[in-house]
Design a protein around this ligand. Structure first.
Ligand SMILES: C[S@@+](CC[C@H](N)C(=O)[O-])C[C@H]1O[C@@H](n2cnc3c(N)ncnc32)[C@H](O)[C@@H]1O
Length: 246
């Protein structure tokens, strides 16, 4: 994968999109916004935070140089060998639709989105990308989608401490078609360290149960710009791609 080249394209595209919202926002605004989210500990609180952030989300993540949606989409695209025109994609914690927008450019057409925030879902609806959008508080409500019908199930930017509980990945595996792909991402910075270790333990447990097998695990050094005091520069992230057993 040509991450550097993709990054330049992605950042340019995001800034073009971001130009439509409040163009006066700065990296410092984004930093304060994200650090304020650390106070929201419950799932309902976190979703409320996204309800408020929704309006500025895309321009803010552009300032953050948030590369996860493009990198995860590229990862899936480079391993998917089926018919893209027919493939069905479940975009979990879809937010405003960045992941599906990238997958659409890579030849995928059928998207269903799930998210806890109604305001994010309303913005996702405006993209016209999704056949269906569902509100669901992951970890609390069961994902109300049909089991074993999705060729690709993808969750980006939501498996991290204070967001979606890692136990949800069993449900993601259940709704994937046998032979289909599950793509997951997480952050590799210090505040997410324990969550990441537990997520990886659960990924391995599902492997031992022969529910899925590893396709690739991609370590990315420059996932997004660091916002916490501890860091400068970028924080790392990881993409996990698994294939559901037949
Ligand atoms: C960082 S955004 C990622 C959105 C999109 N996947 C992307 O990469 O741009 C995290 C998303 O997860 C959603 N979210 C967080 N916790 C959730 C939960 N427990 N249930 C459902 N959605 C949740 C938020 O509403 C938000 O849209």
């Amino acid at each position: 994968m040509h991450y550097q080249e993709s990054r330049a394209t992605f950042t340019r595209q995001m800034h073009e999109t971001a130009g439509m919202a409040n163009s006066r926002r700065t990296f410092s605004d984004v930093r304060n916004k994200i650090l304020s989210a650390h106070k929201n500990t419950g799932a309902q609180d976190k979703v409320g935070f996204y309800d408020i952030w929704a309006e500025n989300y895309e321009q803010d993540v552009a300032l953050l140089d948030y590369r996860a949606p493009l990198l995860a989409a590229e990862c899936v695209s480079s391993f998917f060998t089926g018919d893209r025109e027919k493939a069905t994609v479940l975009d979990v914690a879809c937010g405003t639709g960045l992941v599906s927008a990238h997958l659409k450019k890579m030849g995928f057409h059928h998207f269903v989105g799930v998210d806890g925030s109604m305001t994010m879902l309303e913005l996702a609806k405006k993209t016209g990308l999704y056949q269906e959008l569902k509100q669901c508080l992951l970890g609390h409500d069961e994902i109300s989608v049909e089991a074993e019908i999705y060729d690709i199930v993808i969750i980006v930017g939501a498996l991290s401490v204070g967001h979606v509980p890692f136990t949800v990945i069993r449900e993601l595996c259940d709704v994937t078609k046998p032979g289909g792909y599950v793509c997951m991402t997480t952050r590799g910075n210090a505040d997410n360290w324990q969550y990441k270790a537990e997520l990886e333990k659960m990924i391995r447990a599902l492997e031992e149960e022969q529910k899925w097998s590893r396709v690739t695990v991609v370590q990315v050094e420059e996932w997004e710009r660091a916002v916490s005091e501890e860091g400068s520069g970028y924080i790392p992230g990881v993409i996990y791609l698994y294939q559901k057993s037949l």
